[in-house]
Design a protein around this ligand. Structure first.
Ligand code: F6R
Length: 245
């Protein structure tokens, strides 16, 4: 595992964006696995800046996202497809037919997961998968206790996730979804390279447990210790408790 410890969120974002842009330059038709959440916003802003300068070309890049709320489509501002369009897809020359997410509008979970699993299988392994880390060590929507051997599946959102996101839905005046479609741990581990971006003191316990604690389903991200090409880009605050036990 490579570890880059940066000063702050801005530096963390630039370093992670650097790694993604290197991937695109080395393989212009690469498959990028992408994440949503607050962490990647600075990374996407940086990629957009380099695209606008003419240093990056997304015309042959293919993207696959980790997850989506069940029941939401692009018309909802809380959907991940809306987030991706706002922060990246509509700001660079990615072709819309090359961007992929689980389809939250499919009501039948089995059908939605089969469709996304099929798509991932037909595309082949992502060259680089970007991940954020939940405070409890989750990756994608794979919460503590998740089975490691799962592909795309439907999850019930945990009370803490529901509580953390409720306010966004209240502001929009729509009910909060109670389920999501997510790549499972097995799907995530198929990526050739994994890039984990983390920032902030509230992630310090997660970084310690995920990268330096025992590998256990209680800390879903800890399985990343068994992947042979993981890069962690973290700021000092998130790395402040990281030491081998
Ligand atoms: C996002 C995702 C989540 C987030 C994680 C961290 O697609 O799957 O696992 O990466 O919850 O979220 P932030 O970056 O908001 O702290």
């Amino acid at each position: 595992m490579r570890i880059y410890v940066t000063k702050d969120y801005g530096e963390m974002s630039r370093r992670a964006a650097n790694i993604i842009s290197a991937q695109i330059i080395l393989k212009p038709d690469c498959i990028l696995g992408l994440a949503t959440g607050s962490t990647p916003i600075g990374i996407y802003d940086q990629l957009v800046e380099w695209y606008e300068k003419g240093d990056l070309d997304f015309s042959d890049v293919v993207t696959v996202n980790l997850d989506e709320y069940k029941g939401l489509g692009a018309e909802s501002e809380q959907s991940y497809i809306h987030y991706m369009r706002e922060h990246l897809f509509d700001r660079v020359n990615l072709k819309s037919e090359n961007t992929h997410m689980p389809d939250g509008r499919i009501a039948d979970s089995g059908e939605a997961c089969r469709a996304y699993n099929g798509l991932l299988a037909s595309l082949g392994a992502p060259d680089l998968q970007l991940l954020g880390l939940g405070r409890n060590g989750h990756i994608g929507f794979n919460e503590p206790g998740s089975v490691f051997e799962k592909d795309v599946h439907c999850v019930d959102l945990t009370p803490s996730t529901l509580a953390a996101n409720q306010r966004f839905f209240e502001a929009e005046g729509s009910p909060m979804p109670t389920q999501a479609y997510t790549m499972g741990i097995r799907s995530i581990l198929r990526a050739r390279k994994i890039l984990v971006a983390v920032s902030g003191a509230d992630k310090a316990d997660a970084v310690q447990k995920v990268f330096f604690g025992p590998v256990t389903p209680d800390v879903p991200g800890s399985i990343l210790q068994l992947h042979d090409d993981v890069t962690l880009v973290t700021d000092e605050a998130a790395y402040s408790k990281a030491e081998r036990p």
